[in-house]
Design a protein around this ligand. Structure first.
Ligand code: SF4
Length: 343
């Protein structure tokens, strides 16, 4: 790896960051807790979409103690719409670990941070550098994209040994401990988000253009080398909006994706199974079908082709809630919430 080239990145990038950084809510008062919450939310979600969620979450749970003691339904409701609910469940586990093992304070050391639930090398590096000013890199997809272009490095970004080598080499290029380390981590994220974008990198306004090999050779579009995408498995699913006098039926999922989350009762469709046979099997009584509508939901490895069936029933063996209750206090993953569009 061309370490000399990497060593030349911080100075121009820090100057550019000072002039171009965006005002983002988590950049004010970057305590370890605030940095951590923002980094977990930003995984798989766009900055613009995260802002509102972040502010709401911080208002509701401003401290590690608040997060550790939060009732599960309230926690999931705060996360509703962000998806990947294991992230917030792990955050609560980590908050409890912090209270039990660290007196409620975040450790500043990257290795110790990685002993907390849901905190891997990237998040630990982000907390250590941004909140504690440590010389620790945080290498995510953005950073890998920038470096693969600067170095014209064709190693697939899914290669974990390569990622580790990048982390270590980049950490050695960090400025001395303190605020500059915090700024350097964020400057790399910012460059990847604003300038060295996946499509159409804005090389004319890039502070690293003078040392970027891809720019020099016009090969920007060849980097980064991405792993081959696997075909998603397709599952056909019935989702039932069963309306009784009390409201719409909701239950907890016991298996499969979104296990442990609330759902409108659903069933994967096998062969030519009919909606009626599923409802009869569940013991739904005196029902009339009102409408059907198809939806699709994409998970990381699976695509759900949903047939949503709205029925009115005299009784059903599930708890039921009004639409207001569902809106205010029941957390529903997007895969199910979108089915309300049938009404
Ligand atoms: S010069 Fe272009 S390709 Fe190179 S780092 Fe900057 S934006 Fe990315």
């Amino acid at each position: 790896m061309d370490e000399t080239r990497i060593q030349r990145i911080p100075a121009p990038l820090l100057a550019w960051y000072e002039a171009h950084k965006r005002d983002l809510p988590w950049r004010e008062n970057p305590t370890p807790y605030r940095v951590w919450v923002s980094e977990i939310m930003l995984q798989q979600t766009r900055v613009e979409a995260v802002k509102e969620y972040y502010l709401r979450f911080m208002r509701a749970l401003p401290t590690v103690e608040d997060l550790a003691s939060c009732e599960e339904e309230k926690l999931l409701k705060l996360w509703e719409g962000l998806g990947y609910y294991s992230r917030v469940r792990n955050m609560q586990k980590a908050a409890r670990q912090l209270l039990i093992y660290h007196g409620g304070e975040f450790p500043s050391d990257k290795k110790t941070l990685q002993t907390l639930a849901g905190i891997g090398s990237y998040t630990a590096g982000a907390i250590a550098s941004i909140a504690f000013g440590k010389r620790e890199s945080a290498v995510d997809g953005n950073v890998l994209r920038v470096l693969s272009r600067v170095l014209e490095d064709g190693t697939p970004i899914s290669d974990t040994a390569h990622r580790k080598e990048i982390e270590q080499t980049l950490s050695r290029a960090y400025p001395p401990e303190g605020d500059m380390c915090s700024a350097f981590t964020q400057s790399l994220f910012e460059l990847g988000a604003l300038v060295c974008k996946p499509q159409n990198p804005d090389c004319g306004n890039c502070p690293l253009a003078f040392l970027c090999k891809a720019k020099e050779n016009g090969t920007q579009t060849l980097y980064p080398v991405l792993p081959q995408k696997k075909e998603k498995r397709v599952e056909r699913v019935f989702v039932f909006l069963i309306e009784t006098d009390e409201g719409f039926c909701i239950r907890r999922r016991e298996a499969g994706v979104l296990r442990g989350m609330n759902e409108f009762p659903s069933q994967e469709i096998e062969d030519n199974e009919s909606a009626e046979s599923v409802l009869d099997q569940w013991g739904v009584y005196g029902y009339t079908e009102i409408k059907r509508k198809n939806f699709t939901h994409i998970f990381t490895h699976i695509r759900w082709d949903i047939t949503c069936v709205w029925v009115r029933a005299e009784s059903a063996p599930f708890d039921a809630y009004t639409l207001d209750e569902i809106e205010e206090s029941i957390s529903l993953p997007t895969a199910f919430k979108q089915c309300l569009g049938i009404l």
